[in-house]
Design a protein around this ligand. Structure first.
Ligand code: FAD
Ligand code: NAI
Length: 460
């Protein structure tokens, strides 16, 4: 019989839960972490990491296929071995999962495999293959994440109408893929399969892809993705699907028009919903909202003493690094330290090519918040390094307050935007002005020079 008394029991071993468990153990707490499926959660197993592995491989394939002759590199026929591409992705996932196993071992976190359910404040039941065990703990952390939203008129069948999970493991490249939802998943996985040869149509309900992003940047990305062969139908919704002989016929409402599209695969990527059902929350009295999200205060505490919640399960952006930051902060608070998450400076990146990265306010948000905005922009095509890299599309856009010069937001559409945005995040974190960024010396030749130039442009 294993030990069943802990300082902290975490339910869910995603980037929120495993990071919290590890941090709490490092701070001297006796910790258990329960997961019913896998270490690393959605992010590591069916989210961030496998999608990025496929994005990297498909990008290489696309570039090689287009030809490297202008670099003076000759080559023969470029072929696709999808099985090898998938095997590489799986290997990365396994390597990273082993890393978490090692981390838990090193820090003395007890890992339970099973389904966790809160029985009472301080008491969690784990239903595993060996039956039920009840654990007691001073603190309980709910970190059960989220699952894909299903459309009632287009239910998942795992074969013709699929979620992101299946779209990461296809055995062949679809001929025609329709993606419902022009959000992060739709654009990333749509890009993967378009690069590998599928004809991809993205259907988005709003009049802009990535409706949360700065309008100008989202429009620019749409233009560049169209150049790569993706098609878009904005302000449209799929009404119904009929499946016959392996083909899906979709009826789509676009404004006051109806149109029909036929394809061999439909990826539904219209958001994710929190995993709060079956956790025993109603019995214990933990408050949730109408979307099933667990309600927490600014410190991650639910309304029930000793029960905390983080990550995709609670309101806020559904991002791995947000879950991680919350995991660290709640562990620190439980251990009697100060924990802090700056929700004003959480970056968000869409890993298309080019990548679109953003932090802080968009131009529209800043204007709506009453700022007189100063906008600075600079294009990657004027940057020598971008030319050397053969990657000149996109721009950096800086949003500042015109009166005070305070930096309000930074938006980067361009090569390696996911790395470059760190400068904007740090600048916001330190309350920088646009001039602070402009006067920061950037290495030459580097893509980051475009960030400095865009900040400089806010004053001109
Ligand atoms: P999760 O990662 O969902 O982990 C929750 C864990 O809880 C799971 O392992 C689950 O098995 C377990 N669980 C649930 N219920 C129970 C229970 N009752 N008992 C025991 N265990 C339970 N975010 C980014 O920041 N960057 C990206 O590039 C990115 N790419 C993504 C790509 C895709 C295709 C998808 C789907 C998501 C992506 N995300 C990305 C989002 C990211 O995966 C999530 O924001 C993140 O995983 C949330 O972490 P979490 O710890 O809150 O929950
Ligand atoms: P999302 O919320 O990012 O985008 C969903 C899109 O679908 C929205 O643009 C919405 O307007 C549209 N939509 C909703 N209903 C529709 C309908 N019936 N017909 C057509 N369009 C419809 O959700 P997504 O892409 O599924 O991603 C889920 C979560 O995972 C997000 O919160 C995202 O942040 C996270 N994620 C993050 C990534 C990253 O950080 N790079 C990558 C992938 C996912």
């Amino acid at each position: 019989m294993s030990d069943t008394t802990f300082d902290l029991v975490v339910i869910g071993a995603g980037p929120g839960g495993y990071v919290a468990a590890s941090k709490a153990a490092q701070l001297g707490m006796k910790v258990a972490c329960i997961d019913k499926s896998y270490l690393g959660g959605t992010c590591l197993n069916v989210g961030c990491i496998p999608s990025k592995a496929l994005l990297e491989s498909s990008d290489l394939f696309y570039r090689a296929k287009k030809g490297l002759g202008h670099h003076g590199i000759g080559q023969g026929e470029v072929g696709l071995d999808l099985q090898a591409m998938m095997a590489r992705k799986e290997k990365i996932v396994q390597t990273m999962t082993k890393g978490i196993e090692g981390l838990f071992k090193g820090r003395g976190v007890t890992h339970f495999v099973g389904t966790g359910q809160v029985r009472a404040p301080g008491s969690v039941a784990v239903q595993g293959s060996d039956g039920e065990q009840v654990l007691s703990a001073k603190h309980i952390l709910l970190a059960t994440g989220s699952v894909p939203v299903e459309l009632s008129n287009l239910p998942f069948d795992g074969k013709h109408i699929i979620s992101s999970t299946e779209a990461l493991t296809l055995e062949k490249v679809p001929e025609q893929l329709v993606v419902i939802g022009g959000g992060a998943i739709g654009l990333e996985l749509g890009s993967v399969w378009a690069r590998l040869g599928a004809q991809v149509l993205v259907i988005e309900a709003m009049n802009q892809i990535l409706p949360e992003m700065d309008q100008e940047m989202a429009r620019q990305l749409e233009r560049l993705l169209k150049r790569q062969g993706l098609k878009f139908l904005l302000g449209a919704k799929a009404q119904s699907a009929a499946i016959k002989k392996g083909q899906v016929t979709l009826t789509i409402a676009a404004g006051d028009q109806e149109r029909v599209e036929t394809c061999d695969l439909v990826l539904v990527a219209v958001g994710r919903k929190p995993c709060s059902a079956g956790l025993g929350l109603e019995d214990v009295g933990v408050a949730t909202n109408e979307r099933g999200q667990v309600l927490v205060d600014t410190q991650g505490r639910t309304n029930v003493e000793g029960i905390w919640a983080i990550g995709d399960l609670v309101p806020g952006p559904m991002l791995a690094h947000k879950a991680e930051a919350e995991g660290i902060a709640v562990a620190e608070r439980m251990a009697g330290h100060a924990g802090q998450v700056n929700y004003e400076a959480i970056p968000s990146v869409v890993y298309t090519h080019p990548e679109l990265a953003s932090v802080g306010a968009s131009e529209e948000d800043a204007t709506a918040a009453g700022h007189e905005v100063a906008i600075g922009k600079h294009q990657f095509r004027s940057n020598a390094r971008a030319h050397c890299m053969d990657d000149i599309d996109g721009l950096v856009k800086v949003v500042a307050d015109a009166r005070t010069d305070q930096l309000l937001g930074m938006h980067i559409l361009g090569p390696q935007a996911s790395h470059l945005i760190a400068e904007g995040v740090l600048a916001l974190e330190f309350g920088a002005s646009a001039e602070d960024v402009a006067r920061t010396v950037h290495a030459h030749p580097a893509l980051s020079e475009v960030v400095g130039e865009a900040a400089r442009d806010t004053v001109s």
